[in-house]
Design a protein around this ligand. Structure first.
Ligand SMILES: [Zn+2]
Length: 176
């Protein structure tokens, strides 16, 4: 146990502060390639559209197949970029240059550690202060209300699959 909350818990003979951060004794490798997830792509691309560089709230994000799916290209870290809805619409099922657009990001496959490092630039809100030095957190844009576990994100983004919760949508490991 390395951090505690102020709140105490009591047993008959003992009072102790509620644990807030504990150490896991088995080692989690951080130099392995990060599994593909929407949250991961969001972090890698730092919440900006790959084409117009606009910073977007999570709810407005879409994911672009850089080389078009209809030409047989798969998804994955090396062919997926964040795009705002207007840019994604404009590009359609074409390559960027065919649509007169420029891809401004490098597509790369981060390790878990690299992704965590980038994620630290997006400070979390709504998590206990004692966690902040330790956790990689959900992507968040300042000024955007925090995402809850259950709220479905579909509201404003036509690309969002219906019926998925935020956590499903952002954190599911995607197939390549
Ligand atoms: Zn854009």
């Amino acid at each position: 146990m390395i951090e505690v909350y102020n709140r105490k818990v009591h047993s008959q003979h003992l009072a102790l502060n509620l644990p807030s951060v504990v150490v896991q004794k088995t080692y989690v490798r951080l130099d392995t390639p990060a599994p593909l997830s929407r949250a991961g792509i969001w972090i890698r691309d730092e919440g900006r559209c790959a084409y117009c560089r606009k910073r977007m709230p999570q709810r407005d994000v879409t994911f672009d197949h850089v080389l078009p799916k209809c030409d047989g290209y798969g998804g994955g870290w090396l062919n997926t970029a964040l795009a705002c809805f207007p840019c994604n619409q404009r590009k359609g099922a074409r390559r960027a240059e065919q649509a007169g657009m420029t891809l401004h990001v490098r597509l790369w496959h981060p390790t878990v550690a690299e992704l965590n490092r980038i994620a630290r630039r997006f400070p979390p809100r709504g998590v206990p202060a004692t966690w902040r030095a330790y956790v990689p957190f959900w992507p968040e844009v300042p000024g955007i209300p925090e995402l809850s576990d259950e709220r479905v994100l579909a509201v404003t983004n036509p690309a969002f699959p219906s019926g998925m919760t935020d956590q499903d949508y952002w954190n599911v490991t995607l197939e390549r």
